[in-house]
Design a protein around this ligand. Structure first.
Ligand code: PG9
Length: 614
C-alpha cells in the first residue's frame, strides 16, 4: 500500500543503503497455516455495502476471535499465502481475519472521504468510519459461524486511523485495538502539515495517488521534485500544471491553509475520551509520515489508564522504524544497523501476545505500559509511563560562537545569522528527489536517517555543536525547541534538527563522522500566536518560537558530539515560505518570495529530557 506496509506481498527494498533481503526481509514462516477465503458484501446502516475478505484457519473448528483491518488501499491481496507471509505471527496464532475496503474504495460502495470526520453518534442515520466499523462487527458476529464473540482491530497509518476509530463509541465486542502510526491530526503533526507548514510534495503525491481513482496508484511525478515544485512556484500552480486540480483534498489544502473546523473535525485526538478498549499504540522514531499520531494518542489516553481496570488500558511500543517498518525485520534502517531484528521482536513479543491476551485469554503479554527500543545503546527498555518520571529537563543553549552547552550564555543579544533565499531552498534530502512512493529504492522511506553532511557547505544552514562527550548522554522523552529568532521578512519557517554526530573513526565504517537526526520539526512562524489565526511577524524583532521536536529514547555515546541545526526551508517536502506575509502561501505570487536575514539569538535552547546515567 501507500507506505509499502502490510498489505500484499510486495517487498520494498527501502532500506536501500544496508537492506539485505536475507537479513531484513521477513523470515519464511516456519510452518504454514492454511486459511479458507470468503468474499462478502456487508450492509451498513444507510444501505451502503462494504466489500470484505474473510479468512479462517482450515485446521481448527474451535471458536476464534476476529482480527480486522479496514483500509483504503485494497484487500484483494488477502489470501492464505499472503496472510502467512505478511502477518506471520498472527496467522500462526489463528484468527478469523477480516479485511474490509472502506467506503468508496476498491470493491466497496459509497463515497470516499479522505479522513472522514467523526459524526454525532446520537444520530442513528449519520455514518463515519466508527459507525461503519460498528456495523461490520455486528454483521460478522451474526453471520460468521464459530466466532468467540471478540474482535480486535489493527492497522498502520490510514488503517491505523481506522483502528483508532474502532475504539470510539465501540461495539461491545471490540476487545482490543492497535492503532499503529495512526494519522491523527494531519494539520498539526501528521501527513499533510506540521505546525502549519504545508507538506507540499507529499500532499501532492499522496492525494493524486488516492483521489484520481477508486484504486490507489502512486508515483506519478517523473522528474526531480525539487525542480518541479521550484518551477511551479506555488502549490496552486503545481496543481494547475498537473491538470488534476479538482481533486477534493487538493482543493481542501487551498481552501483551508490554517487550522479551522475542516481540520479539527477530522482530528482524532478530540474524540478519544470514549475509548474503553485496551489499546496498543505503535510508532517509529523515524516515521516520515505519522510520527506524531501514536505519541499524541497515547498522551491523551494515558491519564485514563487504570491498571486495575482491564478496559482502560493503553500501551505504547516505540522503535527505530520508518513508517510501518515494524512489519518487516528491520535490523537495518538506511545506514543504521541495530544489531537485532527489532521488527520481528516487536511482532513476536509485543503485538502477537497483546492480541492473544485480550482476544483469547492467553498469558504472555508482559508490557506494563511502554516498551521502547533505545537507539544508540540498541536495547529494549520498559517504562511505567511515557515519558518516564525520572528524567530531568536540561536546557542546551545555542551560543553565538556556534558552540552548544548547558550553561546559559551571558550575552543573550548575541546571535548567529544566515540568509534564507526562497530561490535556493534547502533540500530536505539528497537530490534527485523522486515521487514519494516511487517504486523500489525511493529515498522517501529513509530520509529522516540520511547523513546530514549532504548539506555541508550551505550557508543557510546554521549549526551548533558540543565538544566530544566525555560520557554517554541519554535522552528519554519529549525534546522541545525554544528559539528566540528574528527575520527581516514578515513571515518565516523555522526548522530545528537535533543531530548525533559520530566521531571520525575509520573503525565505524560508513558511520564515521555521520550526522544522524534524532528528532526534528518545522514551525511556520505566522502561527506563533495560534494555529487558527496567522499573523505577520514584525520584521527584525526577536520573537520566541517554542515547539516540540517529539519523543526520543537515545544515547549519545561518549566521544560523539551533539549538534543542532536551524534552517528556514525543507524543500520540496514543505512548500517555500515566501518570507513576505501573504494571506495564503499556497497562492503566493513570484514577487512575494524574498530573501530574508535570519538571526538566532544566544538564549535559544533545546529542552532535553535527560535520563539518569546508569
Ligand atoms: N501516511 C499515509 C496517510 C494516512 C492518512 C492520510 C494521508 C496519508 C498512509 O500511509 O496511509
Amino acid at each position: 500500500d501507500a507506505a509499502g506496509k502490510v498489505t500484499g506481498v510486495r517487498r520494498i527494498a527501502d532500506e536501500q543503503e544496508s537492506f539485505d533481503p536475507r537479513i531484513d526481509g521477513r523470515p519464511e514462516p516456519n510452518h504454514f497455516r492454511p486459511y479458507d477465503r470468503e468474499e462478502v458484501m456487508i450492509p451498513m446502516r444507510d444501505g451502503v455495502r462494504l466489500h470484505a475478505i474473510i479468512l479462517r484457519p482450515k485446521d481448527t473448528q474451535a471458536p476464534l476471535p476476529f482480527l480486522m483491518q479496514r483500509t483504503p488501499y485494497g484487500v484483494d491481496w488477502a489470501a492464505s499465502d499472503s496472510i502467512n507471509a505478511e502477518n506471520t505471527e498472527l496467522a500462526q496464532s489463528g484468527y478469523i481475519f477480516v479485511m474490509e475496503d472502506i467506503r468508496g474504495r476498491y470493491g466497496s460502495q459509497g463515497t470516499f472521504v479522505m479522513m472522514r470526520p467523526i459524526v454525532d453518534h446520537h444520530d442513528p442515520h449519520a455514518v463515519d468510519e466508527s459507525t461503519d466499523t460498528y456495523d461490520t462487527v455486528a454483521w460478522l458476529l451474526k453471520h460468521v459461524s464459530r466466532n468467540n464473540g471478540r474482535v480486535g482491530v489493527l492497522g498502520i497509518s490510514y488503517p491505523g486511523f481506522l483502528a483508532a476509530e474502532a475504539g470510539i463509541d465501540p461495539h461491545p465486542a471490540v476487545k482490543a485495538i492497535s492503532p499503529q502510526a495512526p494519522m491523527t491530526d494531519v494539520w498539526i503533526g501528521d501527513d499533510f502539515f506540521h505546525n502549519g507548514a504545508f507538506r507540499q510534495s507529499y500532499g501532492y503525491d499522496y492525494v493524486l495517488g488516492m483521489e484520481s481513482s477508486k484504486q490507489a496508484t502512486f508515483g506519478w511525478l517523473n522528474e526531480d521534485a525539487y525542480d518541479y515544485f521550484l518551477h511551479a512556484g506555488s502549490f496552486a500552480q503545481a496543481g494547475k500544471i498537473s491538470g488534476s486540480s479538482d481533486l477534493p483534498t487538493w482543493k481542501a489544502f487551498l481552501d483551508h491553509p490554517s487550522y479551522d473546523e475542516f481540520w479539527r473535525s477530522r482530528a482524532v485526538q478530540y474524540h478519544l475520551n470514549s475509548v474503553t478498549v485496551p489499546t496498543l499504540e505503535v510508532g517509529g522514531w523515524w516515521d516520515q509520515e505519522d510520527m506524531w499520531g501514536p505519541q499524541e494518542q497515547y498522551a491523551v489516553l494515558e491519564p485514563h489508564n487504570q491498571p486495575g481496570d482491564p478496559m482502560h488500558r493503553v500501551f505504547l511500543a516505540l522503535g527505530p522504524w520508518r513508517h510501518g517498518g515494524w512489519s518487516q525485520t528491520t535490523r537495518h534502517l538506511g545506514a543504521l544497523d541495530f544489531g537485532a531484528p527489532v521488527g520481528d521482536e516487536y511482532r513476536a513479543q509485543i503485538e502477537a501476545p497483546f492480541f492473544a491476551y485480550y482476544l483469547k485469554d492467553q498469558p504472555g503479554f508482559d508490557v506494563k505500559n511502554t516498551a521502547a527500543f533505545q537507539t544508540g545503546s540498541d536495547r529494549w527498555m520498559r517504562y511505567d509511563q511515557w515519558p518516564p518520571k525520572n528524567v530531568k529537563e536540561r536546557d542546551l543553549y545555542l551560543q553565538a560562537d556556534g558552540s552548544l552547552g548547558f550553561s546559559m550564555p551571558a550575552d543573550t543579544k548575541a546571535f548567529v545569522a544566515y540568509t534564507s533565499d526562497p530561490a535556493d531552498p534547502v533540500p530536505y534530502r539528497r537530490r534527485p528527489i523522486e515521487a514519494t512512493y516511487a517504486p523500489a529504492g525511493s529515498g522517501w522511506y529513509t530520509w529522516l536517517v540520511q547523513d546530514q553532511r549532504f548539506l555541508n557547505g550551505r550557508k543557510d544552514v546554521a549549526s551548533w555543536t558540543t565538544a566530544p562527550l566525555d560520557h554517554d548522554l541519554t535522552i528519554t522523552g519529549d525534546v522541545v525547541a525554544d528559539l528566540t529568532a528574528s527575520t527581516s521578512g514578515t513571515d518565516s519557517d523555522w526548522v530545528v534538527k537535533l543531530i548525533d554526530e559520530y566521531p571520525d573513526d575509520p573503525s565505524l565504517g560508513k558511520m564515521s563522522g555521520y550526522e544522524l537526526m534524532i528528532v526534528d520539526e518545522i514551525f511556520r512562524g505566522r502561527y506563533r500566536e495560534g494555529y487558527a489565526h496567522p499573523e505577520a511577524i514584525p520584521a527584525n524583532q526577536p520573537e520566541e518560537y517554542t515547539f516540540s521536536l517529539h519523543g526520543a529514547d537515545h544515547v549519545f555515546l561518549k566521544g560523539h558530539r551533539v549538534m543542532v541545526q536551524v534552517q528556514s526551508s525543507w524543500f520540496p517536502l514543505y512548500d517555500r515560505n515566501p518570507q513576505t506575509f501573504v494571506p495564503n502561501i499556497m497562492e503566493a505570487q513570484p514577487a512575494d518570495f524574498k530573501p530574508a536575514g535570519q538571526r538566532i539569538y544566544a538564549g535559544s535552547h533545546i529542552e532535553l529530557p535527560v535520563a539518569p546515567q546508569p
